[in-house]
Design a protein around this ligand. Structure first.
Ligand SMILES: Nc1ncnc2c1ncn2[C@@H]1O[C@H](COP(=O)(O)OP(=O)(O)OP(=O)(O)O)[C@@H](O)[C@H]1O
Length: 257
């Protein structure tokens, strides 16, 4: 298991610039879309700092910009203006294909619909990003993750042979397999029953607490958000409030219009 080998990765190195303790730094991020002649402003000046080893939930009504924030912050989408830094790298300045490579090598994703490859086993799904990057799997890390999420006996199964909760746990291990700088989770419990949802949320909180991982999660569900350290609330493309869930205010919304 986890024995495949490949060439070394070609991950862009982060610049040794300021904010060494920030996993994610957004500065005055705007995102505008053209919509049949009209301009839609999905993000209207979002500034946010997410420290390493912290867990942020992003909430807000439908259309408030949560998915756009996640897409822009993770490099899935480009910003219209402003900047995004992940672990010291200005990802908003990266051109393709470097942005895609950076995302693949340094960012983890967990989606509502799991996004597993149906023809691959759980194990092959987990190692796929590593193989695409030509990286050697960190076998001890992967074994620990698989044991932590409780899918050791499911690695040979294909997604159709797994429950939704098991599939999402495979997706979580896949997201963490590359030792990412940050994990973005988009409604990770949206397709799960209450028990499966609680398990995923506890696992996300565990990997933050025990492994020092940084997680940003978009959710509609206040119960899900309660597992995070902090909740950022969005309205009309802006972060309008930050509610610390713990005693320490670990996140700072700065300079939003
Ligand atoms: N590609 C696009 N083209 C045009 N408008 C877009 C595009 N993507 C998002 N928008 C608009 O930007 C605004 C924010 O959308 P976004 O999907 O980020 O909101 P959301 O808070 O995630 O909503 P939901 O909770 O319903 O998923 C909405 O008005 C949406 O219609």
């Amino acid at each position: 298991m986890w024995l495949r080998r490949g060439a070394p990765a070609t991950t862009p190195e982060p610049s040794p610039e300021a904010e060494p303790h920030s996993a994610l730094l957004l500065n005055e991020v705007h995102r505008r879309y053209s919509d049949g002649g009209a301009t839609v402003t999905a993000l209207a000046g979002v500034s946010l700092r997410v420290p390493r080893g912290s867990f942020l939930a992003v909430m807000g009504p439908s259309g408030s910009g949560k998915s756009t924030l996640l897409n822009c912050a993770s490099g899935l989408d480009t910003v219209s203006s402003g900047s995004v830094r992940i672990g010291g790298t200005d990802t908003s300045a990266l051109k393709e294909p470097r942005r895609t490579l950076f995302r693949r090598d340094r960012v983890g994703f967990v989606f509502q619909s799991y996004n597993l490859v149906p023809t691959l086993t759980a194990e092959d799904n987990i190692t796929l990003p590593l193989r695409l990057a030509g990286r050697h799997p960190d076998r001890a890390w992967l074994r620990g993750l698989v044991e932590r999420v409780g899918i050791t006996d499911r690695l040979r199964h294909r997604p159709s042979e797994l429950s939704g909760g098991q599939q999402q746990r495979v997706a979580l291990v896949r997201a963490l397999a590359t030792h990412p700088e940050i994990v973005f989770a988009d409604e990770p419990t949206g397709a799960l029953d209450a028990q499966g949802a609680r398990r995923i949320l506890r696992l996300l909180a565990d990997v933050v607490r025990d492994l020092g991982q940084t997680v940003v999660m978009v959710t509609h569900d206040p119960d899900a958000a309660a597992h995070a350290h902090t909740t950022a609330s969005m309205t009309d493309g802006r972060i309008v409030d930050v509610h610390p869930a713990a005693a320490t205010r670990r996140f700072t919304a700065v300079g939003g219009e």
